[in-house]
Each structure stands twice: as C-alpha cells, then as structure tokens.
Design a protein around this ligand. Structure first.
Ligand code: ZN
Length: 251
C-alpha cells in the first residue's frame, strides 16, 4: 500500500513537472537582419533585437540575431524553431532553397515589413505563394494608422482591442488582395477611417490587410516594421509577443 501511495505521489509530481515544462517549453529563435538597407529599416531592427532579447529572458526562450544571411542554411536552421526576417530577405538561391525546405518541414517564420516585398512572381515564385500576394504600392511619409483586428480568437491577436493605433509606419498595398487566397487568414487590416493615408504617396482606400498567416505553414507576416517608433504601442507589443510565442509552439 505504501508502495502504491509512493508510486501515485511520484506520478503526480512527474505530471506536474511535465505540465509546467510544457507551459515554458523552450524554443530557439534566430533573427536575420541587415545593416546596409534603408536607414528606417535598420532603425527598426536595432530596436527589435533588444525588444525580443528582453522577451526571451522573460518568457524563457533562446534568441539570437545575425546579419549573416548565409546562416540561412540547413545546418543552422535545423536547430531553430522560429526564424525572423527583421528588415530584409534572402537573396541567393542557396539561402532561398534552405528557407523553403525549412518551412516545408515544420519551421516557423515571422516576417516584418520589407520582408514581404516581392516584385511580383518573377523574383521568387515559391515565396509569392507562401506570402499569398506581392507588393503593389506604399504610403509616404510614415504615419500612424488604426488597425482593425479581423479574428480576435487567433492566438497571435488574443487580448488585443478590436482596433488600435499602430505607430508611424510605411504602409504597403498588395496585389492580389491576400484575403482572396484560400490559404491566407487575415489577422489585421487597415481600418477604413485611415483613408486617404500618406501625402507624397497615398493609399486611397480599399481592403488592405496588414497582418496575416498562411494556414499551410506556421508563419505570420506583418507589414509593421518601418522606423524607430514601432515599439511605442503596448497593444502592438502584445501582438509581437503573442505571435512569437504562438510560432514557438507555446499555445
Ligand atoms: Zn519601409
């Protein structure tokens, strides 16, 4: 009987340990960035890196940033659970192939702003399918915009208000509308009240998604990520946290 109670206690202790381990399951994040790109995009990366480093300490995951895009190779990627593109994208065939294989075999990706730039399908057809669209136009100068949350039940936007003001950003439009792709689930959209937005370059209206996921992959793209004011919004910072933890398999 004593043995039985002991065994039971052991099982309970093991069970509790397993469940708390599960909640704080560690994962490794590798953020790629560049320093030779548009200064506003460098500024974003220079703020994103310490932001995610602090998050890594609080939320118990590993975070590393590299400006060497040649680290986008199978040997490095096999040890990463989430890859971030902070302000550029892979440019060589080897880097692109490594990323395709990584994503096709269970990898996770969080892409910001210029990471979603594609010159139509010519540049990288696989990526155009993965993103579900291509760059069409942009607003200028950077301005704040109200973002409407499309699906409040998605883990990446859980707890966010129905809409919030995202700090100064350059906003892109897309062709075709990613919402039309059967695999794309839109998470945030520029609210109609923003239009027209921009002075030198203007987005006049229409349905312009800002943040979405391709449900065939573990991925989130957000158009947010231009300049040094991005991390000034607590609501948006919550989105960054939710999204990264979801991509890391926390919920
Ligand atoms: Zn930009």
């Amino acid at each position: 009987m004593i043995l039985c109670i002991r065994s039971l206690c052991c099982l309970v202790v093991l069970g509790l340990a397993a469940s708390s381990f599960g909640q704080a399951k560690p994962f490794r994040v590798l953020a790629f960035y560049s320093t030779h790109v548009e200064q506003d995009h460098v500024d974003f990366a220079m703020q994103a890196i310490p932001f995610f480093q602090s998050m890594a300490q609080r939320d118990h995951f590993e975070f590393r940033a590299t400006s060497s895009w040649d680290e986008m190779n199978p040997a490095v990627l096999k040890d990463c659970q989430v890859v971030l593109w902070l302000n550029e994208f892979p440019s060589t065939p080897a880097q692109r192939k490594a990323f395709e294989n990584y994503m096709e075999h269970g990898g996770a990706w969080f892409g910001f702003h210029i990471a979603g730039w594609t010159d139509g399908r010519k540049m990288w057809p696989w990526f155009s399918d993965f993103l579900g669209t291509a760059f069409s136009g942009n607003s200028w100068p950077p301005l704040p915009a109200r973002l409407a949350v499309d699906d409040p039940t998605h883990p990446a936007v859980k707890g966010l208000p129905a809409s919030y003001v995202s700090p100064d950003n350059e906003w892109y439009s897309w062709q075709p509308n990613p919402r039309l792709s059967p695999n794309i689930k839109v998470l945030m959209t520029l609210a109609p009240s923003n239009y027209p937005i921009g002075f030198k370059d203007t987005l006049g209206g229409g349905d312009i998604p800002v943040t979405w996921t391709n449900t065939r992959y573990k991925m989130i793209y957000t158009n947010v990520g231009h300049g040094a004011k991005i991390f000034n919004s607590p609501a948006q910072n919550l989105f960054f946290k939710n999204a990264l933890l979801w991509l890391g398999g926390r919920n």
